[in-house]
Each structure stands twice: as C-alpha cells, then as structure tokens.
Design a protein around this ligand. Structure first.
Ligand code: HEM
Length: 440
C-alpha cells in the first residue's frame, strides 16, 4: 500500500472506532464532522491528512514552509507522558475538569481513549477525526498534551491504585489564601505549545470531546519567553524580573529520573513512568514589589537580578555558598532568603519546577484585593507554579513548609490556588493514557 493508502486506512479505522466510542448526543455531531473530514480528504482538500508527512496539499503547512517551529514535534506515546521532562514551550494552559456525577468507569475509559487519540494526532500535526478546522492542526510547534488524574478517577475506576498522596496538601496557614476557584479537579489537561493558535485549537478540540462527560472547573493560562527570543537553554524570567528555574533537575544527568520518576533511594513512583503534579497558583504583588530597590530584591531571593548568580558568586551556575558571611559577620545570603529556605535538606527533597507566568487583563485589576494584595494596583500577575515530583508529601511539602514558616518572598506572594494530580505513564501506540487502571 502507498503512504496515502495507509493514511486513509488508518483514519478510517480511527473514524469507525470513534463512532463506537461516542455515544448519544455527541455521536451525531462527531459523525457529521468526521464525514466532512473524510470527504475533504478524499477530495484532497483537507488540511490534515494528505501525503506521508501529512503536509502535502495542506494550505497551512504550505504557508508555513520550512519555518522551524511549524513542524517541531514532541512524540505522544512512550513510557512517560510528554510535557514534563521535555523543554517547556512558550505557552502553557492547565485545565481542571470536573466529571459529571453520573460518569462511571466505562465512560472514563471512553473519554481517556478519545482524548489520547486526539492528543496523538494533534501532537503529530494532524487533525483529529472530528476536527472542523483541520488547517489549525497542521502547525505542531512543540505541542504537548499531558493528562493528570484527580482522586475521583481512581475512586470510580480502581480505588486500589490510588496513590496515598493524592489528596489536598496540608494547609500552610501562614501564607495560604486558597480559593476553590483554583482548587482540586478530577481530570487535568495540560497543553503546552510554542504557538498560541495551535494551542487554542487543541484546547477547543479536547474540550469539545469532554463536554458530555464533565465541566471546566478552571483554566490557567500561562506564558514564558517566546520561542526564539532567548538562546536555547536560557533560564526563563518571572514577572518579578528574576531568573527562575536555575536549580532544577535535568535530563543531562540522572536527576530528572531520580526526582520526577522516583528512581532513587527513599522514593518510589506510584507506577513505573508515572509522577505527580502540584499546581499552585501564586499571586505576585508586582505593585508593592515596585517599591523595593535592587539590593532589597536581591536580598529577598539570595540571587542577583542581572544574571541570576547567587549573591556569593558571579555566574548563574555558581553554587550558592550558604556559609559565607559579610565582614561584620552577617550571612551574605540572609536567613530569610528564598533560596536558603528552599534548598534541599535531604537528597530526595527536590522538585522539578516548570512554572508559567500569568498576567490577567488590566481591566480585571479591581480583583486584586481578593488575592490579599493592596488596593490601587494595576496588575493581577503571578506564577502558575507547576511542580513535578515522584511523591508530593516527601518532596514538595517539606520545602513548602519551610517557605511558609519563613521566606522574605512571602511579603509579595500569596498562594491562591492548589491542586494535586497523579500523572500516569505514557501509553503504547494502540493504548490510551491510564489504560493500565482498567486491566484486571
Ligand atoms: C511566586 C512564587 C515564587 C517565586 C517568584 C520564586 C522564585 C524563585 C527564584 C527566582 C529562585 C532562584 C533561582 C532558581 O533556582 O530557580 C527560586 C528557587 C527555588 N524555589 Fe522558588 N519561587 C516561588 C515559589 C516557590 C515555591 C512555592 C516553591 C516550593 C514549594 C519554590 C521552590 C524553590 C526551590 C526548590 C528553589 C531552588 C533552591 C535552591 O537554590 O536549591 N519556590 N525560586
């Protein structure tokens, strides 16, 4: 069979399986869209499926030519889900869904299969089977789609498999001003991409699939520096202007495996290839931060604003010397400095920080008081603090406890949301994320 014939056969099989998976009200809408795409494909006008790389005859792909990001892809399947150890693209949307009370194990199974199938297509730059804007799927731009499970998925499908840490974190009373608006959810969709148009389309595709199963509880919409504006490998800056992400595990040695996938003494992954996400939404009061001079800002964190070097060093990568003192005997990195308080006190007490900035439209700035900040500000700004680790209780909680107890940064930051998710492993080509939970 030619590549074209293979692709047609593959999509026909996806199409008939999708008709089996979608039931009731969604079936007709999905079927109509699917037929449209099938017809478009036969006529050679669809943007998603002509040619071996899915790009021939695709106006969107032709328009993007050899633009480097257009066909940059991250693989969907495999031992681990993408979107964690893979480099963080410019935009990150985190969507928390609540399942309808009537949803049972077989519905969840169908939903996860549908989402996995769509994610596989979208990450490959191909339109899912019922995509009504297939042109928007052609630019992959490092799109990753990662699924996370809240407690409810386990309670309904397989209570015995639920990790013991999958529950709300203990309260950090001195700092938390948590709102349920950003609280626990049943299912997480994490979408990261270097192109906001691709991301918006992928998000819409996935949400269309979920609508008969549940409702959107929150969407946290984040960003980093755009692709191409920083040299590869440069650490991002947050909206306080700080270099943020210097001390982090990496795939260049075993630290990512150790910290995120529990491949070290004292840690155990909840399932091989699985991990966890602690998602804290942290308001940053840039209005009162404006009142602080550079030495005050650097003292609070223990690092220089210019290049992220520790106050005891010259370069970002210089190790911080926590024992260094000034000529009159004070620690150079203060007792209350964020990095002193956050630094690991035990080998396993480490996390992968993969945060995204958020910055809500200024017209919403009147909501500032809600986040515990002063009135009269013009910004609703902060971090979507995404922390991945094998075991949140052993790794994240002790760090957060120390920071809640004492951290100068708390003067300008307020945690306003908190949710924990189990991140399942990746899946085989014919499987779906979470399929192992349904096996006998
Ligand atoms: C808005 C809130 C926060 C801001 C603006 C912030 C900013 C920073 C900055 C600028 C650094 C230094 C550079 C680096 O290593 O990345 C840092 C380090 C770090 N932060 Fe945060 N952070 C925040 C919240 C948190 C939270 C909630 C945690 C965990 C509970 C955390 C854990 C860490 C750790 C583990 C380090 C590395 C410490 C070390 O030097 O070993 N941070 N943070």
């Amino acid at each position: 069979m030619s590549n074209d014939q293979n692709e047609t056969a593959r999509r026909r099989s996806l199409f008939s399986r999708r008709n089996l998976l979608i039931g009731g009200a969604t079936a007709s809408a999905g079927a109509v869209a699917g037929v449209g795409i099938e017809l478009a494909h036969r006529g050679g006008t669809s943007g998603n499926n002509a040619g071996s790389d899915g790009h021939e005859g695709n106006p969107q792909a032709v328009a993007s030519g050899d633009a480097p990001l257009a066909s940059s892809r991250v693989t969907f399947g495999g031992k681990r889900q993408a979107g964690i150890a893979t480099p963080a693209p410019a935009f990150g949307n985190f969507i928390g869904l609540r399942l309808r009370p009537s949803v049972g194990a077989s519905d969840i199974k169908r939903l996860l299969r549908i989402l996995s199938e769509d994610a596989r297509e979208l990450m490959s730059g191909r339109a899912p089977i019922n995509d009504q804007e297939p042109e928007l799927a052609a630019i992959s731009a490092n799109l990753t789609i990662t699924l996370g499970f809240g407690e409810r998925i386990f309670d309904v499908v397989n209570p015995g498999a639920k990790p013991s840490w999958l529950k709300p974190l203990p309260a950090f009373e001195k700092i938390d001003k948590l709102s349920d608006e950003w609280g626990a959810a049943d299912l997480l969709l994490q979408l990261c991409c270097d192109d906001k148009v691709t991301l918006a389309h992928a998000q819409r595709m996935l949400l269309k699939e979920t609508r008969s199963f549940g409702t959107v509880h929150w969407v946290q919409d984040g960003f980093r520096n755009s692709a191409g504006s920083l040299k590869k490998g440069t650490t991002m800056r947050n909206l306080f202007g700080q270099v943020d992400g210097t001390i982090n595990p990496t795939t260049e040695d075993s630290s990512m495996d150790d910290v995120v996938y529990g491949n070290m003494d004292g840690l155990k992954p909840w399932v091989d290839g699985g991990t966890s996400l602690v998602l804290r939404r942290i308001h940053m009061n840039v209005d009162t931060w404006d009142e602080v001079d550079v030495p005050g800002r650097e003292d609070a964190i223990g690092r220089k604003l210019s290049n992220g070097a520790p106050l005891t060093g010259q370069k970002e990568t210089d190790p911080a010397d926590l024992s260094a003192t000034t000529p009159i005997g004070f620690p150079v990195i203060a007792d209350y400095a964020h990095i002193r308080r956050a630094t690991a006190q035990a080998p396993h007490e480490k996390i992968l920080r993969r945060p995204y900035n958020y910055d809500l439209p200024v017209s919403q700035a009147s909501g500032l008081a809600k986040a515990g900040s002063s009135t009269g500000g013009v910004s609703q700004t902060g971090l979507i603090f995404a922390s991945y680790q094998a075991d949140p209780i052993k790794q994240f909680v002790p760090i957060q406890q120390r920071l809640a107890e004492l951290d100068m940064l708390n003067t300008w930051t307020v945690p306003i949301g908190s949710a924990v998710f189990a991140i399942p492993p990746g899946c085989e080509d014919d499987g779906f994320v979470g399929d192992f939970l349904f096996k006998e």
